[in-house]
Ligand binder design. Sequence first.
Ligand code: UD1
Length: 422
Amino acid sequence: MDKLLITGGNRLHGEVTISGAKNAALPILCAALLAETPLHLSSIAALKDIDTTLKLLGMMGVKVSRHEDKVSLDASEVASFEATYEMVKTMRASILVLGPLLARFGTARVSLPGGCAIGSRPVDLHIKGLQAMGAALHITHGYIQASTLHLPNRRLQGVRYYMDLVTVTGTENLMMAATLAEGTTVLENAAKEPEVVDLAEMLIKMGAKITGAGTDVITIEGVEKLNGTTHNVVCDRIEAGTYMVAAAMTGGEVKLLNARADLLDAVIEKLREAGATVTSDANTITVKSDGLLKAVNIRTAPHPAFPTDMQAQFMALNTVATGVSKVTETIFENRFMHVQEMQRMGADISIDGNTALVKGVPVLDGATVMATDLRASASLVLSGLVARGDTVVERIYHLDRGYEHLERKLNALGANVKRLSS
Ligand code: UD1
């Protein structure tokens, strides 16, 4: 398994181009299943999760062609309606094929994801929402077996549905399903994340009738069919946020190209509170810092509040900031897996329930560390960038799932990062 060797101490300087968002691309790729004619996408990042999704769609009979960041998908001849355990266990977001398959073909068999490194992460709201739309869903042998064959014209039925919890992929799955349902669906307490909005914008170009995406009530008037379109995936706000923290922690100056400050209000606010200077225009964000940062309290919550996917990176920042901070995680119950690794680098962190108390230390020491999820791995890279000496981050397949060309981008900014292949 590949590792990253990071020699800390370099200030980051220069420009970095942010890739298309992984979390927008995954539902958008799955939405190809809804279209009777080809879908043409751009800004599809070279990431393991994208490869997995394309493989899954290919297994169903979707014709996939890919050139650099462009992907075309033709779902005119889908032959299989199944996402196997083998696929879903490597990527939970595979559950996003459930809504589209059911809506267009009236049948789907999708493995239940099971647990994951950051918590139990059930998909009960995806299931209940589809049941509310009339689908027959049964769990057998670890699979969700879903059908609409008993419904008039085999179509899902529009419904008013309140989601108990704000769920991003749940909102996306139900919104996709509702596009081809009979009648109008109203999703209440919907996720407001920019990736939901990007998906909705593409579905509208495909012929869907959707209003309210980006608010907590989304209304979808079902149509009989959808066609392909062209779409450029929104920039990755979490990748952008990660480079912004890297610039702040290393005391550098980095300009992010293809980045949208309007999607990062809570993160930018916290960086400013920590003492960094952040400026932006329509498509760029610049972060400048002298590296002397103040500790900042963080509380994760659904968009537009502070994103859980930036929690670990800000924990890294707080470990070397002046003062004491509280980092509270409200979305996932087990998302402090990076803490023990940071402690091994000399960080002073104690955990009480869903809150971590971080006392800043003057410097971290390089060490061999590993993480069990994507953003935790990113936070260890950030720690390595400012640590004294060498840090080896193991199990970097997590990083390859979500950060395009990470070491190339960091090195272009002046970092010293090497990939060690085994
Ligand atoms: C998505 C993102 C992930 C991000 C998360 C929260 C993708 C591919 N992944 O994950 O990067 O960290 O949003 O912003 O977009 N829940 C239930 N039942 C459900 C669904 C969710 O109890 O049916 C709970 C989850 O366990 C969690 C909370 O709701 O505690 C929010 O999860 P959710 O928004 O669904 O996360 P994902 O969509 O899986």
